[in-house]
Design a protein around this ligand. Structure first.
Ligand code: NAP
Length: 308
């Protein structure tokens, strides 16, 4: 079968660190072009904007939108209208409702729309889901604390409206939790800390529950120094299950069940190829809905200025 010819839009950190190597490593898909205002990649066709790419490169089958969420809807709409399959980096948009018309257009055009949640492809996530499927769960505690200065240098968009602030990494934890818990859950309380000079939170605490009154506590912090923590701890009637290192490691009752190098993006691209080949889409908005709820229900606290 002819390989899927994909273009990356926005050659920033995640495109360089993950998308370029993952596409190279995935069968049936090849990197055919880049749309970047500022950067080029040796040996790959370059266009300054998505519009130029759509007008001048008709042989592109798919685009991966690696731009900030605030500009993604318009890019996705243009790409779908031009008959391309679309991979959206997470979060899939700057609002929940903007995804509706994209889902409709993808269906009408018979194109794949993939709202990717890379953390769901971490090696310990599926084993954790299977493990929890028939267990009595008593509580969940998430600690997702990282240093924004290390992981997001120069990314001003992250503290602009729609950039999500600390929920940019925090939504990864919610994307895992919505996958591994057997029942749906909902927000009951939240406190969001906004730096006085920024439009998005730098820390948050959240409480969720479900129909069985399961307590779920989430702590997010963007100013973590020292060890960086991306951990989900699930207390069951049989013992404690811990997903750590963002989903790369799984321990149960202190014993490591999974401990693998992160390999999220090759699995993510294999799924995108499979969706295209099956003529299907995959758009789960549940992590974004929880974040929207946090902005709706959360008490806002103003904290000190944040300077990089
Ligand atoms: P980034 O380093 O700031 O890269 C984003 C790129 O998008 C920029 O380099 C720029 O590319 C383009 N861009 C920026 N502003 C734009 C605008 N106003 N209009 C059009 N293009 C614009 O950010 P990133 O870390 O790669 O994150 C991008 C997305 O991936 C975010 O949604 C983020 O949540 C997600 N993500 C990031 C990570 C991570 O670890 N960094 C991990 C997983 C997912 P050009 O200069 O090439 O045009």
């Amino acid at each position: 079968m002819k390989p899927i010819r994909i273009a990356i839009v926005g050659l920033g950190k995640i495109a360089r660190d993950q998308h370029v190597p993952a596409i190279t490593a995935t069968a049936c898909i090849e990197l055919a072009a880049i749309a970047s205002r500022n950067a080029t990649l040796d040996g790959v066709a370059h266009f300054a904007t998505l519009e130029e790419l759509l007008a001048q490169a008709p042989d592109i089958d798919a685009v991966a939108l690696c731009t900030p969420p605030q500009v993604r809807r318009a890019q996705a709409a243009a790409a779908l209208a031009a008959g391309k399959h679309v991979l959206l980096e997470k979060p899939p948009g700057a609002t929940v409702a903007e995804l509706g018309p994209l889902i409709t257009t993808a269906g009408e055009r018979g194109k794949t729309l993939f709202a990717s949640w890379h953390s769901r492809f971490a090696p310990a996530v599926e084993p954790a889901r299977v493990f929890l499927a028939n267990r009595e769960i008593r509580s969940v505690a998430i600690i997702w604390k990282e240093d924004v200065r290390i992981w997001h240098p120069g990314q001003r968009w992250i503290f602009e409206p729609g950039g999500l602030g600390v929920f940019d990494p925090g939504i990864n934890a919610l994307s895992i939790l919505t996958r591994i818990l057997p029942k749906p859950f909902f927000l009951t309380r939240a406190e969001l800390s906004f730096p006085e000079n920024r439009a998005a939170p730098i820390a948050a605490t959240l409480d969720f529950s479900d129909a069985s009154d399961l307590p779920i506590r989430v702590e997010l912090d963007f100013l973590q120094t020292g060890p960086q923590i991306w951990e989900i701890r699930v207390e069951t009637s049989d013992g404690v299950l811990t997903l750590s290192e963002g989903g790369a490691r799984l321990t149960y009752a202190g014993v490591a069940l999974v401990d693998e190098k992160q390999a999220e993006y090759p699995a993510l691209y294999a799924h995108f190829v499979d969706l295209i080949q099956r003529g299907a889409s995959d758009v789960d908005l549940s992590p974004l809905v929880h974040v929207a709820d946090a902005f709706m229900l959360g008490r806002r606290v103003t904290v000190g200025r944040f300077e990089e």
